[in-house]
Ligand binder design. Sequence first.
Ligand code: M6R
Length: 596
Amino acid sequence: MCGIFGYVGSENASPILARGLKNLEYRGYDSVGIATVSTRLEIRKGVGKIDDAKERLRLEEARGNVGIGHTRWATHGTVTAENSHPHTDCRDEIAIIHNGIIENYYEIKKRLLERGHRFSSETDSEVIAHLIEDNLSNRGGAASSNGSSFEHACVRAFQELRGSFAVLAVRQGEDKIVAVRKDSPLVVGLAENGTFFASDVAPFLEWTKDVVYLENHDLVVADRAGVRFFDQDFAEVKRPVSTVEWDLEEARKGNFDHFMLKEITEQAETIQRACVQDMAVVERIASMIRSGFGVFFIACGSSYHACLTGSYLFSKVANLHVNVVLASEFENYEHFLTDRTLVFAVSQSGETADVLEAVRAAKRRGSRVVSITNVMGSSLSREGDELLLMNSGPEICVLSTKTYTSQVVMMALLVCSLKGDPEECVQRVKGLYMDIYNLTSRSMRERLKDLARDLAGKDHIYMIGRGLQYTTALEAALKVKEVSYIHTEAFAGGELKHGPLALIEEGTPVFVFVSRDNEDRIVSNAQEVKARGGFVIGVSDWNSPVFDRWIKVPDCGDLNPVIQAIPMQVLAYELAIQKNLDPDKPRNLAKSVTVL
Ligand code: M6R
């Protein structure tokens, strides 16, 4: 959930760290800090976003060619300067930054306290700095031909940690960064001017596209001479260098005020790219579905909604039942898994801890796993038996927009492949290009801005739909609530009179998602709302007398979940703007949820 960035090379580290952290802010943003090493160790850290902290802490004035930086999303300990990273040892000579959770921190801390260490934060992370210090003073980390005493002290400390962690460590007087990764993302960038470490590739794209995706438990030592990789027993290993295909421009806002709007606008293109798959792999997956005994889709948040949409498509179009389970609830279903079960794990980031845990459980039971992710090199991209990439380019806004519609398109592609005609999907997706272009146009935005003005003061918004329009309502409600902080909830149209109708008062806004194939029933649900004073906003290709407001979208049949989601993303964006909120970084949320 936090962002990690490190640099060692020929340049002054602090301006590079400040830029890298800014690019990483979407991973967490309640506090920020850096440590640089010159003749001494310099720490600058505090609460707030990087732009404020940069000025206040004068981040770029820290000196040294070695530096580590962190942007925090609090887990252990409240949001205070003391709890922000880097954390140091008792003498302020060693500094570490950490992403993940140290499960055995309490017992380590207890032991270290007894040995006289003094702690200054409430975090689990701080134990790492003290452990390294302790190993050094114990001489447990004596130098060898295979590394300095600092490196050995780090290795011994890392070996003692349980949980998930990506850690970077530096020490006064040492011109190097020592790093480790276990169940938490960390990638290494190799550039002419030095070596970079980051939680994902986007923050260092402006310096290099040559990247090493670390294996679990890998240790790395980087200094000005280069970088070496080790396994957990500190035996040197080789790791392949890959080239990132993402474009630097894709990771920049360009002329847009926010990444959210940029990413919404990109969808005319990104859904086409979602169809560009190795059809031999798609066909192989389709035959795994046919021959499998039990198919599960597991995911969280918007990815879960895309899977739910997929389940309706599998049922309606391919006459196949698939199970969709929230990754965080999957442990309740694990006992159904066998070596004939097929598990689809869907995650934009490929680092969502709940999803990875479910994948590992499935593998333990011998099930085959198909990974669907946007991030090449992510844990998910490497842990499945088959891989499909979303090809959406970097998604920086905390909200999923373009990757959600890509996931829906990939579901449709799989379903068409099961029917033996993937090209049908490709052609239909091509046909959406102009529709999406129109739905994200300036004039459409003006209309939705107008609606946002009317809704911005509301405390509650409801959304209803049936079938594919129900899953669309779920996704639309998530978008609106997470970015506008308005309580927004979705219901299946048929469920209204089983309870939620009690919530409708004079003027309560209710969005109604309509498709041609179930219009009669959903319109009568809309009438039930209207009869109780509700304010009905229709999302459909025709205007009904029951609508108080109408968002016109073309009817695209099975691809309605793509086309109807887009104006709702725009509306969510406009609501955030109306309420003067930052749409790219909603409060309390992080892009990549790497803790359970
Ligand atoms: O990276 P993932 O697809 O695994 O992320 C899952 C959710 O955390 C994510 O979709 C989240 O719900 C977004 N904030 C939705 O906009």
